[in-house]
Design a binder for this molecule. Structure first.
Ligand code: COS
Length: 380
């Protein structure tokens, strides 16, 4: 068993770390406060090859493995989870889905500009009444021969207004249940497609989250991904990989908060010494470090499972469940270690704490991960 990362992976990790320090950190507090989408930063991440990391270079991607992707996600998320979620959705949910299940025409038309970061994508599954219960899709895609007519509402869509391409899950044949669901590629600007209001969120406030409305949107049949009725499986398969991305994001948020807390504890004095010398603080740091190390190993394991072609439904769910709890626990403790300074914006940890929460909710809540995990272990 080899737990080390390769020289190439280290270089990629270093590049992401430098980029995050130099280009994500400046303005991150202001972007959070004003809910400003990191458009320039996303453009730069496209130039660095972060927007289509695992995509084959023939479609404009970087052709890297999932472990490298997880390393980059961790480094970006230490500084700015609002930017890293754009990377996660574009890579895991949009590019991966298109590359794995799309036609050659779809890849040429959509994957290339997505993988280079020229445009970004969105993944549209959740609805007002279908979040965790994903088979209860109310959005309909009625088959009209050479096209579908799409009607309905999607909620909490990351990159909602910034995306150009949307992968939309919708019910074509209600009688067939989840086997009657399709995934359609919808372009911004198609008549009848309206972007709804932007959400005012607790965390990842720089990320652009909207509801979307589809009113008789005509979507050509060639924009369907996979065979008729493949949409739900497409969503499940895609989300299984997405969970590795979000687990890496949670790991990064935790590690970012821990690094800040450790630095602060070695500088801040109380009762005549640096607070790190008090066992109350030192033990907190020990617990944080232990939890983060465990999360990191689980994330790398899930990423590696994907790279070697093993099933990653279970390892991805475990990684997300543990890493997101680690993010929440660790950021709360980081705020505590900072005391009064932890409660103000300048020290970053309060933002990391707010950002951590979403990792226990999106791309499958912690409760959904427990469904996936328990079903898997009880099956065997
Ligand atoms: N890969 C491939 N297929 C999968 C799958 C996976 N990881 N998980 C489920 N499926 C398939 C099942 O095999 C089943 O197909 P068959 O009937 O042909 O066997 C189908 O999908 C339905 O699965 P199931 O019967 O288990 O559906 P449930 O309604 O019980 O729901 C969960 C399963 C809860 C796992 C699913 O609804 C889920 O993941 N929900 C959360 C969705 C989510 O993450 N929402 C967040 C939105 S994105 S921000």
């Amino acid at each position: 068993m080899d737990f080390s990362i390769s020289e190439e992976q280290k270089m990629i990790q270093e590049a992401a770390r430098e980029f995050a320090q130099n280009e994500l950190l400046p303005g991150v507090i202001e972007r959070d406060e004003t809910q400003k989408f990191p458009a320039e930063q996303v453009k730069r991440m496209g130039e660095l090859g972060f927007m289509g990391m695992m995509v084959d270079p023939k479609y404009g991607g970087s052709g890297l493995d999932t472990v490298s992707y997880a390393l980059v996600m961790e480094e970006l998320s230490k500084i700015d989870a609002s930017s890293s979620v754009v990377v996660s959705v574009n890579n895991s949910l949009v590019c991966w889905g298109l590359e794995t299940y799309g036609t050659e025409e779809q890849k040429t038309k959509y994957l290339k500009p997505l993988a280079t970061g020229e445009i970004i994508g969105a993944f549209c599954l959740s609805e007002p009444e279908a979040g965790s219960d994903a088979t209860s899709q109310k959005t309909t895609a009625i088959d009209k021969g050479d096209h579908y007519i799409l009607n309905g509402t999607k909620n909490w869509i990351t990159n909602g207004n910034s995306a150009s391409v949307y992968l939309v899950i919708a019910q074509t044949d209600k009688d067939k249940g989840h086997k009657g669901i399709n995934a359609l590629i919808v372009e911004k600007g198609m008549p009848g497609f309206e972007i709804g209001p932007k959400e005012n969120k607790l965390g990842i406030r720089g990320s652009d989250t909207h509801s979307l409305n589809f009113n008789d949107v005509k979507v050509p049949k060639e924009n369907r991904i996979g065979e008729d009725g493949f949409g739900f499986k497409f969503a499940m398969k895609t989300l299984a990989g997405g969970r590795i991305g979000i687990a890496s994001q949670a790991l990064g948020i935790a590690a970012g908060a821990y690094e800040l807390a450790k630095k602060y504890a070695k500088e801040r004095k109380a009762f005549g010494t640096e607070i790190a010398n008090h066992q109350a603080i030192a033990f907190k740091l020990a617990d944080m470090h232990t939890q983060i190390e465990a999360a990191r190993l689980l994330v790398y394991k899930a990423a590696r499972d994907k790279d070697i072609g093993a099933n990653y439904d279970l390892s991805g769910a475990i990684a997300k469940l543990h890493a997101s709890k680690t993010a929440m626990d660790t950021t709360i403790e980081a705020v505590q270690i900072h005391g009064g300074n932890g409660f103000v914006k300048d020290y970053h940890v309060e933002r990391l704490m707010r950002d951590a929460k979403i990792t226990q909710i999106y791309e499958g809540t912690s409760e959904i991960q427990k469904i996936v995990i328990s079903r898997s272990i009880l099956r065997n």
